[in-house]
Design a binder for this molecule. Structure first.
Ligand SMILES: [Zn+2]
Length: 413
């Protein structure tokens, strides 16, 4: 089997590389045990991979950070992986080593409503600068992982009718990056990357969990049996448009009462403005008169300062998100729910309300061992996920025909 840049790898070699990657390094004894092969067979596999500069004996075990010569890690000779994580209002670009050590990282505000050529011109500038910073040439980039805040057909890497990003559907992120890099580009939904980043951070020790992002929209990433689950067409986890109130406000998708239209960032900003304009909340009114606008962050500040109106808005939003999640949990039975995204950071009362609503609405068996908590390291999780996507697809997966585009070309329909 062939994996990336024409390197021929057997199934056992791929399994070994993947095990070394996910464990952050393995000793020879651990390799033999994990692959269930003899020591001599393990040694032969290790020798073959070392000879091709994929493994190195002095690799560091990244979970401890200490150098242990007997530990085998992915070789730095593999190259580096580029990560671009585009949110609705943010752009993160990073360069990562094969063991997912972040070598360079830049984060700045962005607006996906701008034309894609403009947004990606900036992403390309940042990536070029980060590589220069580490004295790396563009040819060192082995693969690129990209996250975008909209639905993606993973096989083609194209956005499909993204509600937040009109104008992006005909833009090819792959072609754009191919102008700078002779490396494969893998594009996925930003919430899927958060799920992959979380899977990496727990070293794949959890096999069935979901990640929920509450920001400008609401989305869910699904890890099923230790792998990212994208569904038949790539739209699995698009939970933001689940209806929680048939009499609710109209959503950007055209339907009414979607949880995203009632409890995501823009909805919370709108509810805060209503409370300020009507004078129901004096603290929110004061901030509004000073700044002329209110966001979910202001709502969180007012709630933490004891404003009962702000607190009630957050309670209701948490209850609606929890109600949606209760259905997801009854259906999927995850062990963990990791909550992240900008709105999740507004204060503990939102997470408390989500928890309360989930436990009230879910079946006893689905919540018996359920753990609901904040996502680990939310500020680097997206770029870690993009790095994991890049290395997984370019190096750790057997090569497969690109079924999406091939099917489109050869279909008799
Ligand atoms: Zn909707």
């Amino acid at each position: 089997m062939v994996s990336g840049r024409g390197i021929v790898l057997s199934g056992e070699e791929l399994a070994l590389l993947a095990a070394v990657f996910w464990r952050g390094g393995l000793s020879r004894a651990e390799v033999a045990a994990r692959l269930d092969v003899s020591r001599s067979k393990a040694n032969a596999l290790l020798l073959g991979l070392s000879a091709r500069d994929l493994l190195s004996e002095s690799g560091t075990r990244s979970s401890t950070g200490g150098r242990r010569p007997e530990v085998l890690g992915l070789s730095d000779a593999i190259g580096v992986f580029a990560a671009i994580d585009l949110g609705a209002t943010s752009l993160d670009v990073a360069v990562l080593a094969p063991d997912m050590t972040v070598l360079a990282h830049r984060a700045e505000p962005a607006d996906v409503r701008n034309p894609p050529t403009q947004v990606f011109a900036r992403a390309r500038d940042l990536l070029r600068a980060l590589l220069r910073e580490r004295d790396l040439s563009p040819t060192a980039v082995r693969a690129i992982g990209v996250g975008v805040p909209g639905p993606v057909a993973f096989e083609t890497g194209q956005l499909v009718e993204p509600p937040l990003m009109p104008g992006w559907q005909r833009f090819s992120i792959r072609d754009c990056l191919a102008e700078d890099y002779d490396a494969p580009v893998f594009v996925d939904n930003d919430v899927n990357l958060l799920a992959l980043g979380t899977l990496w951070q727990v070293r794949a020790q959890l096999q069935n969990f979901i990640v929920i992002k509450i920001g400008t929209g609401i989305g869910c990433g699904i890890i099923c049996h230790g792998a990212l689950y994208r569904g038949a067409d790539g739209s699995a986890g698009d939970v933001g448009h689940i209806c929680v109130d048939p009499n609710g406000p109209r959503c950007s998708c055209g339907n009414v009462g979607c949880v995203e239209a009632m409890a995501a960032g823009p909805a919370l900003g709108r509810l805060a403005m209503e409370a300020a304009r009507s004078g129901r909340s004096a603290p929110l009114q004061a901030v509004w008169l000073e700044r002329g606008a209110l966001s979910a962050i202001d709502l969180g500040d007012a709630s933490r300062a004891g404003d009962p109106v702000a607190n009630r808005i957050i309670q209701e939003a948490g209850a609606q998100i929890g109600e949606m999640l209760a259905s997801v949990i009854n259906f999927f039975n995850p062990s963990h729910v990791f909550v992240g995204g900008g709105v999740a950071q507004i204060g503990p009362s939102l997470l408390a309300a989500i928890r309360h609503s989930i436990y009230r609405r879910s079946l006893a068996l689905s919540t018996r061992h359920l753990d609901i908590r904040y996502m680990p390291n939310p500020h680097t999780n997206g770029i870690l996920g993009a790095g994991v996507l890049a290395i997984q697809e370019a190096l750790l997966r057997p090569a497969q025909p690109r079924s999406g585009s091939d099917r489109a070309r050869t279909s008799p329909e």
